[in-house]
Design a protein around this ligand. Structure first.
Ligand SMILES: NC(=O)c1ccc[n+]([C@@H]2O[C@H](COP(=O)([O-])OP(=O)(O)OC[C@H]3O[C@@H](n4cnc5c(N)ncnc54)[C@H](O)[C@@H]3O)[C@@H](O)[C@H]2O)c1
Length: 335
């Protein structure tokens, strides 16, 4: 079975492509390399193109059975400053991809959604029953697409899974691939970089939140746990597809949280980074960033119940794998 991994030259997509291959699927990567990297797609067929390019997509979609859609702009702050860019890619571009997939006869679709669809939730942990009320254009773009998938399920028989990731982190245990964002805004790589001799200082945004140590709490999920969840989602869709084509029923749209169910504060992450590197993380304590919720922690029970998935790796695994990847990258640059 062949899967089109759209955005597969990016951080999470490249890990998912490898997980698919390990599970016996053929993965074809489709990416415009806007924030992705050719080297993350190494060893896979890479078709360069934009999600909005129907002509480029048509022959590729004709030879796959399902689509996994990772491609998006994903900086919350930038989405506030430049919503047009976000709605163009994450909504208009994504809809164009969805229509191309549908026209090619594809009925199985996995989407990278985000805990950003929940906005600032009243209750932690966050279950899928929590109202979806995004507080920035990035989250709104993800919610729009989730709604489109639901409507396409009802109207056109599409079977989809929206995976609402919490904070993806870490790298492949083999050290061959890992997190690559430019600019990097994610806490773990920034904390690790701040422990290097000449690295930039880590800026901590707010130490007066109503959390145990005053810093923000997030649910950090290992990227390979996320990747494995994509394989489970595909297996779920295969089952739906078989049962539905037999009974001639309509489509189906499932949305699940992907997190560990455990929150870690910024100070805990700093401690974990210091444990991994053996060096202090240089930091300055700054003011809160507008729009940052104090705590975002998943209730992952539905993913366990419906997909049979639960995170296997803990924070130490996340941080040590991220550190191994950073060290390897530094060695490669030095060579
Ligand atoms: N990283 C996280 O913690 C996190 C959390 C929640 C949700 N997500 C979502 O997961 C997905 C992947 O995130 P990531 O961290 O791997 O980001 P990334 O930037 O590393 O990967 C995105 C990939 O999509 C490609 N892309 C973007 N626009 C495209 C277009 N128009 N046409 C073709 N390719 C395009 C980029 O070149 C890149 O390779 C995104 O949809 C993001 O919103 C990420």
């Amino acid at each position: 079975m062949a899967i089109l991994v759209v955005g597969g030259a990016g951080y999470i997509g490249s890990h998912a492509a490898r997980a698919l291959r390990r599970s016996g699927y053929e993965a074809v990567i489709y990416d415009n390399l806007s924030t992705g990297f050719r080297r993350l797609a190494q060893g896979f067929e890479l078709v360069e193109g934009d999600i909005a390019d129907e002509v480029r997509l048509r022959p590729v979609l004709a030879r796959v059975d399902a689509v996994m859609h990772f491609a998006a702009h994903a900086y919350v702050g930038e989405s506030v400053e430049n919503p047009r860019k976000y709605f163009r890619n994450n909504v208009a571009g994504a809809l164009s991809l969805l229509n191309s997939a549908l026209d090619a006869g594809i009925r199985r679709f996995v989407f990278s959604s985000s805990c950003a669809v929940y906005g600032v939730p009243e209750k932690i942990p966050i279950s899928e029953h929590t109202p979806r009320a995004p507080v920035n254009p990035y989250g709104a773009s993800k919610l729009f697409f989730e709604n489109a998938l639901e409507a396409y399920g009802r109207a056109y028989g599409l079977c989809s899974v929206s995976l609402r990731y919490f904070n993806a982190a870490g790298g492949d245990e083999g050290g061959e691939i890992g997190e690559m964002h430019d600019p990097e805004t994610h806490l773990i790589p920034l904390a690790l970089a701040a422990s290097a001799e000449n690295g930039p200082e880590l800026q901590v945004f707010g130490a007066d939140y109503p959390t145990p140590d005053g810093t923000c709490v997030r649910d950090y999920i290992h990227v390979n746990d996320l990747a494995d969840a994509h394989v489970r989602a595909l297996q779920y869709l295969e089952k739906q597809h078989r049962e539905r084509s037999r009974d001639e029923k309509g489509g189906d749209s499932l949305a699940v949280n992907l997190g560990t169910g455990r929150g870690h504060s910024v100070l805990e992450i700093i401690q974990a980074a210091e444990n991994a590197t053996g060096r202090p993380v240089r930091r300055t304590m700054g003011l809160r960033r507008p729009g940052d919720p104090p705590a975002l922690v998943a209730d992952p029970a539905k993913a366990q119940r419906v997909l049979g998935w639960a995170a296997q790796r803990n924070l130490a695994d996340v941080v040590s794998s991220a550190w191994r990847w950073m060290e390897k990258t530094a060695q490669r640059h030095a060579a």
